[in-house]
Design a protein around this ligand. Structure first.
Ligand code: AHR
Length: 501
């Protein structure tokens, strides 16, 4: 049975916001220390940044990079992270039961972004767990005010003459989660988020602000949380956040492969909730979505490990998931879900960037390499720029425990400014290849430039320190474009990028 859809430039979803390809650097495990920052590493520059990692970050094509957390931000004292590194305090990091040396801080983060390149943009979170309005304002003034006040002059005296120009700010992190230091009810958080937003806009009316939504769609407070928070903040914020992580629960691979069904419904439910609040307020404004944490994460393994931690190590190995081909296929499908909702999801951050549930891994003093998930992200960021076309698939289905009947094909397509089109497609089937036919209406396309596939006879194959290039994408044979009809065969459990010109 063949999967089919039609592409027509008359039917589009939206222009992809480059911020859809954001990522996340948290002070967690080895994301910062021995990840992006390792002064003793042979490739380190004069600021301690690993050049080998910087190269891979550029190749990955990330845009907005969220910082400094995550759960970490709910205990974050920004003042600890500025000024001469040798004088910075060492602190307990309650979120990850670690010791934070603060050797890497705000200035180093901005330096890192500048070295990644012009596509990289700061996305800074303020602490609304143990702190509040005043500290958020102080951080904003230190970071963004040109000069002539105590805090801005302090930044200049610390060697950062140019303001950091941080436009995009998260108002706390996962404040709905009982695990969050300073966790709040929706009413409590809604009020503090509103007042922080109002005050930050007094410094700069143009800041872009993200209110915390739910930590996952399965939170007991989901939707009511968004409605309550947005009722308080609707006119003051630009985005509401979503976080979601997927893993094969109880070994249920079929449902895992359909994880994007949950992600898409999560997005649609948040859009509905936000628009409901807007309708009640008789507002013309639309709140957009910042999907600022998403990934495959084998969460139960971390939860088990967390219980046994009793000491306070510095930069321990935490959440170092090693991703298989199957994980990368699910990951690719999550990227497709984001693209399919590019009209409302205008910021998204892959959590995280290096070592911690990350596409890039490093060994202290040793090499850096690409996980399987690196490839779908890099390809989507590179070719997923332009107008998302409205893709409605007619696909054979399969049965899943969690989501009922699910399409075997998950797909989207993006048309670049030069008229070329890239189809991103996942075959969720575990054993059968999936024939695909795409009708191309009103598109002046004649050639298949490339059909790249990530799949393997062993879906459990991974890249490791010892075998860092075990998994890479390969070219598919037989993909053809004739008389406005694209035909291809999608390998079992595969991520596909088909470029047409
Ligand atoms: O990305 C790992 C953690 O997941 C983040 O710190 C937190 O926000 C989420 O629960």
């Amino acid at each position: 049975h063949t999967a089919r859809f039609t592409l027509d430039p008359a039917f589009t979803i939206a222009e992809v916001n480059p911020r859809l390809f954001g990522s996340f650097v948290e002070h967690l495990g080895r994301c910062v220390y021995t990840g992006i920052f390792e002064p003793d590493h042979p490739t380190a520059d004069d600021k301690g940044l690993r050049q080998d990692v910087l190269d891979l970050v550029r190749e990955l094509g990330v845009t907005a990079i969220r910082y400094p957390g995550g759960n970490f931000v709910s205990g974050y004292k920004w003042e600890d992270s500025v000024g001469p590194a040798a004088e910075r305090p060492r602190r307990l990091d309650l979120a990850w039961h670690s010791t934070e040396s603060n050797r890497f801080g705000l200035s180093e983060y901005i330096d890192f972004l500048r070295k990644v390149g012009p596509q990289a943009e700061p996305m800074m979170a303020v602490n609304l767990g143990t702190r509040g309005v005043a500290e958020a304002l102080e951080l904003q003034e230190y970071a963004n005010h040109p000069e002539g006040t105590t805090l801005s002059d302090k930044r200049v005296s610390h060697g950062d003459k140019d303001p950091f120009g941080i436009k995009l700010w998260c108002l706390g992190n996962e404040m709905d989660g009982p695990w969050q230091t300073g966790h709040k009810t929706a009413e409590e958080y809604g009020r503090v988020a509103a007042e922080t937003a109002r005050a930050m806009r007094q410094i700069d009316p143009k800041v872009e602000l993200v209110a915390c939504g739910s930590s996952s769609q399965s939170m007991p407070t989901f939707a009511e949380w968004e409605a309550t928070v947005l009722k308080e903040t609707y006119d003051l914020v630009d985005y509401v956040s979503l976080h979601a992580y997927y893993w094969p629960e109880n070994g249920d691979i079929d449902s895992f492969l359909a994880s994007a069904v949950d992600m898409e419904s999560f997005i649609e439910n948040v859009v509905a909730t936000a628009d409901h609040v807007g309708a009640r307020l008789k507002s013309k404004k639309k709140i957009n979505l910042s999907f600022d944490e998403w990934n495959v994460w084998y969460l139960p393994e971390w939860e088990e490990h967390a219980q046994s931690v009793t000491d306070w190590p510095e930069a321990p190995r935490l959440l170092e998931d090693n991703y298989s081909v199957m994980d990368a296929v699910v990951f690719g499908s999550l990227l497709i879900a984001l693209l399919r909702h590019a009209d409302r999801v205008t910021v998204a951050c892959l959590a995280q960037l290096v070592n911690v549930i990350a596409p890039i891994m490093t060994e202290p003093g040793g090499p850096a390499w690409r996980q399987t998930t690196f490839f779908p992200f890099a390809q989507a960021s590179r070719y997923g720029r332009g107008q998302v076309l409205d893709v409605r698939v007619d696909s054979p289905t399969y049965e899943t425990k969690k989501y009922g009947e699910a399409d075997l094909l998950h797909a989207t397509a993006v048309r670049a400014d030069d008229g070329t089109v890239t189809v991103f497609a996942v075959n969720r089937g575990r054993t059968e290849a999936l024939p695909l036919e795409v009708a191309l209406n009103g598109l002046d396309l004649t050639d298949v430039v490339e059909h790249s596939v990530l799949a393997d006879a062993d879906p459990d194959a991974r890249n490791t320190l010892d075998d860092p290039e075990r998994v890479t994408p390969h070219r598919a044979e037989g993909t053809a474009l004739t008389d406005g009809r694209l035909t291809a065969v999608l390998e079992p459990m595969s991520w596909n990028v088909i470029r047409l010109a």
